[in-house]
Design a protein around this ligand. Structure first.
Ligand code: SF4
Ligand code: SF4
Length: 475
């Protein structure tokens, strides 16, 4: 998005370097003023809900199991109370593909809405770490003053306290992630045992906490600007119709200082009074009046800041607002159009498809293979047998006793090692024989279909091959 700014030189300098890089190439530390306003209040509500979810979810149990668990080592995944196994890998792949399509479509229509409202980096930075900073060091002007002053008692205790609290919170975040990975019960056990018997877990935990601490204490907005792949993708995903936080340059320009005695519509001045409130609150250090920029995480702080100024000077709110580049160029304020409705319908369909795939997947899954390296055996005077291995995964929470039946051929199935009892949420393996009368075989390699049943209910079907002697083919 381009703007018609009053000072052309200034207008283009933002393109030469990032807002957080000074002329000498050094990092410019950003001291954003604490935002205030209706968007900030709403973001606070969203942040509290998401933070509560993040910290509480690993401690919530559903039917005896953790509500959310991503135990990679034991290959056990529980999403919203539903147990997933490596056998559900196809669903994970489908889910990831759906997620990628979802992200692309969502971003094309809604821009960086996710970054501003739900991204963990933004939530932790703005609603946890930045709040502690405001609490200890004060608002932006006090932070700047503290940064300028020498290392006196005030600066030492404030900085020490802030960084100590930062590390403690980073440690808490790491522990919460660990609870998602190894389970909250195991985490409690590790804490009760103390770090010494579990140094293999404790040392990586301390290192990860250090990484989190570094990101939120020092790296900050650079994570969004330099590292985040989603941020880098904005350049290709956004188009003229995408919804972004945008400055209405048609209404705002030419900008000029406020004079309470003049009527700006008569003097030909735009509504922007060049107060720079939108710049002072920006956590990425940019001036949104220069147009959509890669650094902008759509946090809405500048919208709130500008609305407050518009109220003061008695001009309509929304000089900076959610809008599309096209909408601003054409002077309309419509966010909902045929395209956004169509994309939203597709997004909802994708989410429904994935949800139904996840929740209506087979509850018990069987995998069968002829035991590798084995051939047929004589079974009595007139029968042949093959030995197979079956793996049964019970994804439900109740026990299942499975039976196997030959579907497409005469013969019988003999279980080796007793009935196939699969406890809820577990996996068993067993061997079985398929015994077939020799004279019923027409080929040396016969395709068989074996059904897996629980009582009368069919729960899965598998195809296997029965191997017989080659002379059957000759006959
Ligand atoms: S806060 Fe609004 S009025 Fe002030 S400089 Fe920014 S856009 Fe202009
Ligand atoms: S320009 Fe506005 S929306 Fe974008 S990051 Fe800065 S304050 Fe947030």
């Amino acid at each position: 998005m381009t703007t018609t700014n009053s000072t052309d030189n200034q207008q283009e300098t933002f393109r030469d370097r990032l807002g957080t890089v000074g002329e000498g190439g050094k990092r410019v530390w950003i001291y954003p003023k604490r935002p205030k306003g209706k968007f900030y209040t709403k973001r606070w509500i969203v942040a509290i809900i998401l933070l509560a979810f993040f910290f509480i979810a690993p401690w919530v149990k559903y039917q005896g199991e953790q509500f959310l668990l991503l135990n990679i080592l034991q290959r056990k995944f529980i999403l919203f109370g539903q147990i997933f196994w490596p056998q559900d890998f196809h669903l994970i792949v489908l889910g990831l593909i759906t997620l990628i399509v979802f992200i692309i479509l969502f971003t094309v229509v809604y821009g960086r809405l996710f970054c501003g409202w739900a991204c963990p980096q933004t939530i932790f930075m703005e609603f946890v770490f930045r709040q502690i900073e405001y609490l200890i060091e004060g608002d932006a002007h006090k932070q700047k003053k503290l940064a300028r002053q020498g290392w006196d008692f005030e600066k030492i205790w404030k900085k020490t306290t802030k960084h100590a609290v930062f590390y403690l919170i980073a440690f808490l975040i790491s522990n919460t992630f660990l609870a998602y990975l190894i389970g909250s019960d195991r985490l409690v056990q590790l804490v009760a045992d103390g770090p010494l018997p579990h140094l293999g877990t404790f040392i990586p935990l301390v290192i990860f906490s250090g990484v989190f601490y570094f990101v939120f204490a020092f790296f900050r907005e650079q994570a969004c600007i330099i590292v985040c792949p989603y941020g880098r993708l904005q350049g290709v995903l956004l188009d003229r119709n995408s919804m972004v936080v945008a400055y209405d340059y048609k209404r705002g320009e030419p900008r000029a200082k406020h004079n309470p005695l003049e009527d700006r519509s008569v003097t030909g001045k735009g509504d922007c009074i060049d107060c720079k409130s939108c710049v002072t609150v920006c956590p990425t250090g940019i001036d949104i009046r220069n147009g959509t920029q890669l650094e902008c995480v759509n946090c809405t702080a500048c919208m709130d800041a500008c609305d407050a100024i518009m109220d003061k000077v008695k001009l309509p709110r929304g000089l900076i607002r959610y809008a599309s580049e096209k909408g601003i160029a054409e002077g309309h304020n419509k966010l909902i159009n045929a395209r956004s409705i169509a994309y939203t319908v597709v997004l909802l369909l994708l989410v429904s498809l994935m949800t139904s795939l996840f929740f209506f997947r087979s509850e018990v899954e069987a995998t069968m293979l002829r035991v590798p390296g084995t051939m047929f055996q004589e079974y009595g005077p007139d029968k042949l047998s093959n030995v197979y291995k079956v793996q049964l995964v019970n994804k439900t929470r109740h026990d299942v006793e499975a039976t196997l039946e030959l579907e497409n051929h005469s013969g019988e199935i003999i279980l080796m090692g007793g009935p196939l009892k699969v406890p809820g949420g577990s996996l068993i393996e067993a061997n079985f024989l398929v015994v077939i009368p020799r004279d019923s075989l027409r080929m040396s390699s016969t395709p068989l279909v074996i059904s897996v049943k629980h009582g009368d209910r069919l729960i899965d079907k598998n195809k296997v091959t029965f191997i017989g002697p080659n002379d059957i083919d000759k006959n």
